[in-house]
Design a protein around this ligand. Structure first.
Ligand SMILES: NC(=O)c1ccc[n+]([C@@H]2O[C@H](COP(=O)([O-])OP(=O)(O)OC[C@H]3O[C@@H](n4cnc5c(N)ncnc54)[C@H](O)[C@@H]3O)[C@@H](O)[C@H]2O)c1
Length: 320
């Protein structure tokens, strides 16, 4: 299929937790001019905006999206714009419009302009009936609004691949832990917030129970996974191309608090579960990523100790 526009890369939702680091990685690899960052927010001081080309763009405005694709000569879209789990539960209609409607905008533009597309899924596609060690292929019956939009997203992406031959790829990210941008309203945000609070106040009130175990990953691993999935030869990818399971580290909230306490003297943590406990309880403890390993050579590098060291060093450095 011939590309009808160009070879530049568009990142949607670029001012978010993942976009902040993905844009930096893409600019470093392909050159500043090759990457167009976009988001619905206006944040003139954001490093992504300062560091290169930026367009204000809502993914639910299909005409504006189409115009940007043509004007900027885009050939590949990393589509990160979405509402995460906590925001989606609060604003379910908006979540449908952004997470499902926005993806349709991107996929339709891909059909028209022969774009390649990366669109992330999430461990939130799994529901309470999934095995605790979640397999790649299993019935997907999420109980959250967010999870349902992600299941629909995988189905849409697969349809555009099967029916129109659009090269769409995606990963079911675990909870992502990073220090360069704030976490964006997800259930796994406690695993980010705990580091900020430990260093700022020496204490954290954690919003899930101590024994809550969830699949997590350090952001560097997630960015590496994202770029290597897009680098993989199309013929190496199977039916799971729109939502590969990838595993990083699984730990309980108590294990995380202990690891932080081992690095931050006098740190204390209380566990005060709120409504987010329900979302966490509906998700698996860990992820089977055998297929991603086989198909495109995926392997995580960060364990809990390496993650904690990197988070604390990163936060301390950025506060200087
Ligand atoms: N961060 C995680 O732990 C995690 C885990 C699993 C999956 N994901 C998925 O990865 C993707 C990116 O997540 P993130 O953590 O960077 O989220 P985030 O909330 O930090 O960022 C999302 C960005 O999308 C933007 N946005 C919202 N509505 C928009 C619209 N209509 N048009 C354009 N932009 C819009 C927001 O302004 C925000 O900057 C999402 O699809 C999310 O579901 C993230």
């Amino acid at each position: 299929m011939e590309a009808t526009t160009g070879n530049r890369i568009l990142v949607t939702g670029a001012l978010g937790q993942i976009g902040t680091e993905l844009v930096e990685a893409l600019r470093a690899r392909f050159g500043i001019d090759a990457v167009v960052a976009s988001d619905v927010r206006d944040m003139p001081d954001h490093p992504v905006v300062i560091g290169g080309h930026y367009r204000h763009l809502s993914v639910i405005d299909a005409d504006a999206f189409d115009a940007v694709i043509v004007e900027e000569g885009i050939g590949l879209v990393y589509h990160l714009a979405a509402l995460l789990s906590v925001s989606a539960e609060k604003f379910p209609e908006l979540a449908e419009r952004v997470n499902v409607g926005g993806l349709i905008t991107v996929l339709e533009a891909a059909r028209k302009h022969s774009l390649r597309v990366y669109t992330p899924s999430s461990i939130a596609v799994f529901g309470p009936d999934s095995p605790n060690h979640a397999p790649q292929v299993t019935p997907l019956n999420p109980t959250t609004v967010y999870g349902r939009t992600k299941v629909t997203g995988e189905r849409l992406a697969r349809n555009y691949w099967n029916q129109y031959g659009i090269d769409v790829r995606g990963i079911r990210y675990p909870g992502l832990i990073s220090y360069k941008a704030p976490a964006g309203g997800g259930t796994t945000d406690y695993a980010v917030d705990i580091f900020h609070e430990a260093l700022a106040n020496g204490h954290y009130d954690c919003f899930v129970r101590a024994d809550t175990r969830l699949p997590m990953m350090y952001m560097d691993d997630a960015i590496r996974a994202t770029i290597s999935l897009m680098d993989a030869p199309a013929e190496s990818l199977g039916e799971s191309r729109v939502g590969y399971n990838i595993a990083g580290i699984s730990f309980t909230a108590a294990e995380l608090a202990d690891a932080v306490a081992a690095r931050v003297p006098d740190f204390t943590c209380d566990f005060k579960p709120d409504v987010r406990q329900e979302y966490a309880d509906s998700w698996p403890d860990s992820i089977d990523d055998e297929l991603a390993r086989q198909d495109w050579g995926w392997r995580a590098e960060y364990d809990l100790d390496a993650l904690c060291d990197a988070m604390i060093a990163g936060l301390q450095l950025s506060s200087i």
